[in-house]
Design a protein around this ligand. Structure first.
Ligand code: PLP
Length: 396
């Protein structure tokens, strides 16, 4: 019954989800407060104004407009509001025509890849990376080319990047701020990547699309700037999601930006709009599109301080106990070096102490584990004695 193309997806079904299920099982046995589940990047900071926005939209919008079909790219007024907000924040020059509303970042990436990939085309990613990228690229018969991690800084290895670009390279995916490391690629890094891409485009006579996957853009701490890639490279597109910035991952809402400077921009916008329909999304959910417009107009944001406090607590404590990890400037993850080579063994030891973390091999970076600190401050506090014991067990 199951297609050959589907089978590998089933075999690789996410270790993150499996750990999350394990967390639920353990909570039932030991009590929720005695299990320290750091496995899933499910935002934990409510944004009450989103509820107000939903009520306002439901009350004030015309029923048929709110619940009817629309352009596959989404409501024009919503896209224009987002475009103007981007222009104000980043000095860009977008109009609604440059934006397509999507069913979260996941479908944003899919509509871009669907629009540009021919079978055998290569898509470059930087380890560690969100492994769903493998599935998205395979959906359109592309091949993922992995750049090995710089485990000192977790910034992209630019020499290897340059060496691995070929005539078949169609796209490069970066994720800024990064899941799972929390690092932010700074302006100098983006400029250096852009220079390499421009050189290689000339060398091969190709167009290489830089796709910046940015669900964590708003989660950057201590005033760290996340560069807006379209300002640095002509073939850059941005995939954004409100899943994390408004704590609404279940609502499935985001957008892609395709600037006029992109080669064949109008055709790509047209293709991505049709892709929204033909991959089966049709359009992004209508009600929550209007909610996004309300949230932008009312400057609704998640309380960043809560995540920053969590980061400071967990990063400070774990490094004090002897664990090694890059200090995250954004997102809500910590990527910790496993005290033993096989990090899956470390995950099992942690589990004995009721601490659930995800192996780095789930992000193409074995030897590390990911902790998602989008949990209550109290959970982090309660978990610290367990981390201390684990550190002692490994003699850190
Ligand atoms: N990209 C990255 C790096 C993510 O971490 C996630 C979700 O965790 C996504 C994309 C998918 O986001 P969405 O829920 O908006 O589809």
């Amino acid at each position: 019954m199951i297609s050959e193309k589907m089978k590998p997806f089933m075999a690789n079904n996410s270790a993150i989800r499996a750990m999350f299920e394990e967390g639920k099982r353990m909570a039932a046995v030991y009590g929720r407060e005695n299990v320290y589940d750091f496995s899933l990047g499910n935002p934990n900071v409510p944004v009450p104004q989103v509820t107000e926005a939903i009520l306002d939209v439901v009350k004030n919008e015309d029923f048929m407009t709110l619940h009817g079909y629309m352009s596959n790219a989404g409501y024009e007024d919503v896209r224009q509001t987002i475009a103007e907000s981007l222009n104000k924040r980043f000095g860009t020059n977008f109009s609604f025509k440059n934006l397509i509303m999507t069913v979260g970042a996941a479908s944003g990436l899919n509509i871009i890849l669907k629009s540009i990939l021919n079978p055998g085309d290569e898509v470059i990613v930087f380890a560690p990376y969100f492994v769903e990228y493998n599935a998205y690229v395979r959906n359109y018969d592309g091949n993922v080319v992995v750049i090995s991690p710089d485990t000192e800084t977790f910034m992209p290895k630019l020499d290897e990047f340059e060496a691995k670009i070929t005539a078949k390279t169609k796209a490069v995916i970066i994720n800024n701020p990064n899941n799972p490391t929390g690092v932010v690629y700074d302006e100098a890094t983006i400029k250096a990547m852009a220079a390499i891409l421009e050189k290689k485009e000339k060398e091969f006579g190709t167009s290489i699309v830089l796709i910046s996957d940015e669900p964590y853009r708003e989660l950057a701490y201590g005033g760290v700037e996340v560069p807006f890639v379209t300002k640095y490279y002509h073939n850059a597109v941005v995939g954004y999601s409100y899943s994390k910035s408004l704590s609404v991952p279940g609502e499935r809402i985001g957008y892609v930006v395709i600037p006029d400077e992109v080669d064949d921009s109008a055709a790509l916008i047209g293709a991505a709009t049709i892709a929204n329909r033909v991959i089966g999304c049709v359009n992004a959910p209508s009600l929550v599109q209007k909610v996004i417009k309300y949230c932008i107009e009312h400057e609704v944001t998640v309380d960043l301080e809560t995540y920053e406090k969590n980061r400071n607590l967990i990063y400070g404590a774990l490094t004090e106990y002897g664990f090694t990890c890059a200090k995250p400037d954004g997102a809500f993850y910590l990527f910790v070096k496993s005290p033993v080579e096989n990090e899956k063994e470390f995950c099992e030891v942690a589990k004995k102490h009721h601490v659930l973390v995800v192996p780095g091999s789930s992000f193409a970076c074995p030897g590390y584990v990911r902790l998602a600190y989008c949990v209550s401050y109290e959970q982090i506090e309660r978990s610290l004695p367990a981390f201390k014991k684990i550190a002692e067990e490994y003699g850190l």
